[in-house]
Design a protein around this ligand. Structure first.
Ligand SMILES: NC(=O)c1ccc[n+]([C@@H]2O[C@H](COP(=O)([O-])OP(=O)(O)OC[C@H]3O[C@@H](n4cnc5c(N)ncnc54)[C@H](O)[C@@H]3O)[C@@H](O)[C@H]2O)c1
Length: 325
């Protein structure tokens, strides 16, 4: 298939692009480099440099027809979204509306959207299935849910099948591509950066949660497994309307388990500061992934902690300043 990847210079989009190319798809990338990296682009892949906020630009990109759109481009800092909500509504919702409008008019045959566990908020039941109520607790999650609604309505009206993949905590790396966000808010890259630069320090927020070791449990999924899920969603039998899938490993790991896995992968002592709980951090968030396994044949086979920490550490050790070196 000919596929347009928005956000293909970012963390998950760049890894997915490599998987699509390896499976014989033809890929074009649309990115404005607001958080992405030129170094993450594969050689020879056509690049449309510009923002989804420029509706004319998006129309021109989609004037040359593509079969499918994979839509990663978004801002995704939860804390910043609470301080600057309209920055998130403008970019995430506004950009997606421009993209959906152009995609529907261009007659795309499939649309795959990067959604998030944040659409669930703090559900009562674990593991979280796709039937759980969607009650986001921050503006970032609101924007992602709003895009799911716009996507469902557009897919129904324009008659193309659409997929929303709700990722849990993306992590890990491939030999060439890793996680380089600024600021970095994700646990594993922050931890590994602190091992490379002990002056940076590393804090665990709360060790008195009602979990076996007192620290929060989250569901970590290797970026290569996420990328694989996108290829499967693209290639699966088309279902009308919007299909929603959780992408998580279904097991969950506590912060202390991550620290132990990091110590084992790096051979370095891991000595965090313990700080008080942060408001709004639920004790446990774990995905049910049975639907993605059943419908897409997805198997998150790299999402065990030793593999995640080994791959992330390999990348960070070789790129202590991220893509800058
Ligand atoms: N990383 C995670 O753990 C995680 C979890 C759940 C969902 N997600 C979602 O997955 C997607 C990718 O996440 P990521 O971690 O790879 O993010 P990222 O910041 O690394 O990549 C986003 C890419 O989109 C581009 N972009 C942003 N706004 C744009 C615009 N208006 N026009 C053109 N390009 C634009 C950026 O330059 C960047 O290359 C996002 O939609 C995010 O919300 C990520």
């Amino acid at each position: 298939m000919k596929v347009l990847v928005t956000g293909g210079a970012g963390y998950i989009g760049s890894v997915t692009t490599r998987v699509l190319l390896a499976r014989g798809h033809e890929v074009e990338i649309l990115d404005d480099f607001s958080t992405g990296h030129r170094e993450a682009l594969p050689p020879g892949v056509p690049l449309h440099e510009g923002s989804l906020l420029d509706a004319g630009f998006v129309d021109r990109v989609l004037a040359a027809p593509v079969d499918a759109v994979l839509h990663f481009a978004a801002f995704s800092l939860v804390g910043e979204s609470a301080v600057r909500p309209l920055k998130y509504y403008r970019n995430n919702v506004g950009g997606s509306v421009n993209l959906l409008d152009a995609a529907a008019r261009a007659g795309v045959r499939r649309f795959v959207f990067s959604s998030t566990a944040a659409v669930y908020g703090e559900p009562d039941e674990m593991p979280i299935t796709e039937h759980a109520p969607t009650r986001p607790v921050n503006p970032y999650g609101h924007t992602k849910l709003a895009i799911e609604w716009a996507l469902a309505d557009t897919a129904a009206a324009a008659g193309f099948p659409a997929v929303a993949l709700r990722y849990f905590n993306a992590c890990g790396a491939t030999p060439e591509l890793g996680e380089d966000h600024e600021p970095e808010t994700h646990l594993i890259p922050r931890l590994l950066r602190s091992l490379l630069d002990p002056a940076a320090g590393f804090a665990v927020f709360g060790d008195d949660y009602p979990t076996p070791d007192g620290t929060c449990i989250r569901d970590y999924v290797h970026v290569a497994d996420l990328a694989e899920a996108h290829a499967l969603a693209l290639e699966a039998d088309a279902r009308p309307g919007l299909s929603v899938y959780n992408l998580g490993s279904e097991t969950g790991a506590s912060v202390r388990e991550i620290l132990a896995a990091a110590a084992a992968a790096t051979g370095l002592p891991v000595e965090p500061r313990i700080e008080p709980r942060r408001p709004g951090d639920p004790a446990r968030l774990v995905a049910g992934n049975a639907r993605a396994r059943r419908d897409l044949g997805w198997r998150p086979c790299r999402s065990d902690l030793p593999t995640i920490l080994r791959d992330a550490w390999d990348w960070h050790r070789r790129h202590p300043r991220g893509y800058r070196g």
